[in-house]
Ligand binder design. Structure first.
Ligand code: SF4
Length: 148
């Protein structure tokens, strides 16, 4: 099985201590982050945003679309609950204050400045886990997150 070589920032963001984990692992970790089922409207808005930003930034979705799906749903949940797509892969003491501050609203500053997405939503072509797609359907999101 292909193993996920978690980067330092990604490990920190998801609280993963191991440097190698099965590729499905981030899905489960992120699944724990999304506590409230987001609205269909917000999922669609974040899905479209993700496709457009991947094209704009010349980045690609993960080979495991489950990772992409969980991050999109996490962003949608924050859009619903906070009014802003706060990054779903990090721990915050005060989510509302973070969303207002804006540093970690997607696309976050590290992504905009250095193409660093610790959620693995936007992967540069040289990333081992980058797929070849910049599109994801609502059905894919539904199917890959059905058991979470
Ligand atoms: S671009 Fe930044 S805010 Fe958006 S998912 Fe990636 S790490 Fe999180």
């Amino acid at each position: 099985m292909r193993a996920l070589q978690a980067s330092t920032s990604y490990s920190a963001g998801l609280g993963i201590s191991s440097v190698a984990a099965p590729l499905s692992r981030p899905c489960r970790r992120l699944g724990a982050v999304a506590k409230v089922e987001p609205t269909e409207k917000s999922i669609e808005i974040m899905r479209k945003f993700s496709e457009q930003y991947a094209r704009k930034s010349d980045t690609y979705f993960c080979v495991d679309k489950g990772v992409t799906s969980v991050v999109i749903k996490g962003l949608a949940e924050h859009r619903d609950t906070l009014g802003a797509p706060l990054c779903p892969c990090r721990h915050y003491d005060d989510k509302a204050a973070e969303a207002q501050q804006g540093f970690w609203n997607c696309p976050c500053v590290p992504m905009r400045e250095r193409k660093e997405c610790h959620c693995m939503l936007f992967l540069t072509p040289d990333n081992d886990f980058a797929g070849q797609e910049q599109a994801i359907t609502v059905e894919e999101i539904r199917e890959t997150t059905a058991n979470m």
